[in-house]
Design a protein around this ligand. Sequence first.
Ligand SMILES: C[S@@+](CC[C@H](N)C(=O)[O-])C[C@H]1O[C@@H](n2cnc3c(N)ncnc32)[C@H](O)[C@@H]1O
Length: 504
Amino acid sequence: MSPPGRPKGESRSAQREGRPVGPPGRPKGESRSEPREGSPMNDAAEIGAPPLAQAMWIAAVASARLREGMPLERGLALAHERISAQIGGRRMHPRAAAAAKDIAFTAARHRALTDALIARLATRPPSEPVAALLGVALAQLATARHAAYAVVDQAVQAAKQDGATEGAAGFINAVLRNALRQFDALVDEAERDDAVRHNLPSWWLQRLQRDYPQHWQAIAELQREPPPLVLRVNLLRTTRAAYLERLAQAQLDATAVGTAGVWLHQACPVERIPGFTAGEVTVQDAGAQLAAEWLDLADGMAVLDACAAPGGKTAHLAALAAIDLTAVDIDAERAQRIDQNLARLGKHAGATVRVLVTDVLRAAREGRLPPDHYDRILLDAPCTASGIVRRHPDIPWLRRPEDVAQLPTQQARLLDALWPLLAPAGRLLFAVCSVFSEEGSQQIQRFVARTPGARLIPLPVRGGSGRLAEPTVQLVPAETDAGTAEGWPGVHDGFFYALLEKQS
Ligand SMILES: C[S@@+](CC[C@H](N)C(=O)[O-])C[C@H]1O[C@@H](n2cnc3c(N)ncnc32)[C@H](O)[C@@H]1O
């Protein structure tokens, strides 16, 4: 397991007192991937910031959908569309969507706290839309992103815009004003509960505590932070040294991570990342970049990327050698992005890529994917995504404990179906972006036990002189310089990897 990294969770009471927390220039809870209003890398300063009420309204509608089980990104898109139609598109501020995303993500990162505050402050349980708007406003108060009076005033204005909340505008005003009178005391009391302090459902926290008795706190604290923006340099188009030089010339602060990664320290929408559109770089977590490297590709190999969409790893594989690559995904919409990614990033001169939209289980059963054929298989399996909560703070609130029972069954089915497709001496890399042992070490232990001829190939968990080999690798979210000099990424999300070889 890699070290959990720099603990960043300074007390929020410090923040409420106005002392600076987190790295200079970045208030705790502020998104690094999504630019804030007025950030130098967006247009807000030129065109003016969107009205807070408008952004809070969109964020609250999306947060209400999250409470019904809809992922936040999708809820935000729908809310923006619906509210634009309601108010007339021209009255929608051009940056309202970005500001709403920032507010909704902040609310998700404070969901346990705001639920606890609402339970304490509301004389009766509010409806879901009212609770969502209160949650959005309380999270803004907790992070002190705007003057408290403005948050209260704009939340009330937002309430009045929407039929689902307009009748509760007075109630929202009263709850928020009451919260402000005793905010620190209320937060301190609520945060005595570990689940509130770490913003996780209790069942999730218990799993983390069971799997990481030493490190659960550091993992939970880091998962609460906005994610680092990490790029993979496309070595087909440029070198990392040249790209770092280009960033330096553009006065963008960055460091090298892993073998081809660059950690861009400043928030930046993808279309403004230098060289992004031209395919010189792509956004890919440094932990995810290890997958293609660890498959150790050589020219002429037949390779299967079994769960490929949106194609982050497909494009990496296709760049590395003159391989014959088949990329499969069951989801047609997501699979379109494989082609888009390949079109932007290109592929190795001798590589061929075929994209199949199908259930890989069915394709294997029907012989559309030949048995004993592939030299390498990447199974980047569907999972709880418990390792990428920094990027998707809605995940803990979308998942149910039953998912941690059901997803490992699905993963086991995929492993069993893909194994016969592997050529003798071929290698299968099993990957999940999860930190739960049911999806990682336990899954692989069971697979090896029931599969004759499946042998684990140790994986290097440090580069250079600090090289260590582990039978399987569980990365937990980290943000540290450790190992960076030797080519090991100290900055990454949570992933589990196991490399299996087929012995004849
Ligand atoms: C973790 S994501 C893959 C991410 C991708 N490898 C990347 O790096 O961009 C898992 C993918 O598995 C796909 N999937 C789930 N079940 C599948 C099945 N039975 N057959 C094919 N694809 C499947 C999902 O649609 C999803 O896109």
